[in-house]
Design a protein around this ligand. Structure first.
Ligand code: ADP
Ligand code: MG
Length: 222
């Protein structure tokens, strides 16, 4: 059985006029170690779908199952704990905390249970080493290049050993060469960690590097 099942997900947004039907029965499945690109033009609902798969938003109808669990059956704060442990996010804009160092930013997801442990700190350093930032641990985000900030965001997304990694236009703010480097690192780490990865993008360059591609068209994946 697949480790991630997205079944017939619909999403409607209420508006002053007709409800806006963004997703109209989107379905896909993924197993451990697999990666998938979801392509589609701006405004087609890619971020909406990714937010639902990431449990940041709920579907109007349909179902998401991750590691045998339907997260939408969980009440807060169990849902927040589920998200924190099972899912890593990488956004187009790095979403790093400006007042925290690179190492502190990567450790943030491990602080949900209170204090950080030596094991977590060791893992954060290992991941930052893997993305080539071992010499930048004490830098602030403002002191990094765009590519370095996204590499920090990749390390942060992986620190809790998530089963699923979700990336929303992860190279959208980078020049072409930097984008290629960041994408390569993302795929290298995904393979090393054997997590599932979904990347939504309108970049054919990026989508071409993944194992599978689907297109979000009229609210469905094909
Ligand atoms: P993409 O990521 O593919 O560019 P989005 O998922 O961000 O697309 O948006 C899909 C559509 O849903 C857009 O038309 C957008 O305006 C609309 N939309 C997104 N979020 C909301 C919201 N919270 N309320 C109403 N409409 C929304
Ligand atoms: Mg988007």
């Amino acid at each position: 059985m697949a480790d991630l099942i997205v079944a017939d997900v619909t999403k409607e947004y209420a508006t002053r006029a007709e409800p806006l039907r963004v997703l109209r029965g989107a379905s896909c499945q993924l197993s451990a170690g697999e990666n998938l690109a979801i392509l589609g033009p701006s405004g087609c609902g890619k971020s909406t779908l990714l937010h639902i798969i990431g449990t940041l938003d709920s579907p109007t109808t349909g179902c998401v199952t991750l590691a045998g669990q339907d997260p939408f059956q969980l009440a807060e704060p169990r849902l927040a704990a589920f998200r924190n442990h099972k899912i890593g996010f990488i956004f187009q804009d790095h979403h790093l905390l400006p007042q925290c160092s690179v190492l502190e930013n990567v450790l943030l997801p491990t602080l949900a249970n209170g204090t950080t442990t030596p094991a977590a700190a060791g893992r954060a350093r290992m991941l930052l080493d893997r993305v080539g930032l071992a010499e930048r641990l004490e830098h602030l985000p403002a002191e990094l290049s765009g590519g370095e900030r996204q590499r920090t965001a990749i390390a942060r997304a992986l620190v809790n050993r998530p089963e699923l990694l979700l990336a929303d236009e992860p190279t959208g703010n980078l020049d072409r060469t930097t984008a290629a480097t960041v994408a390569r690192l993302l795929l290298e780490l995904q393979s090393l960690e054997q997590t599932m990865l979904i990347v939504v993008t309108h970049s054919l360059d990026l989508a071409g590097m993944l194992q599978r591609r689907m297109e979000l068209n009229e609210g469905k994946l094909e």
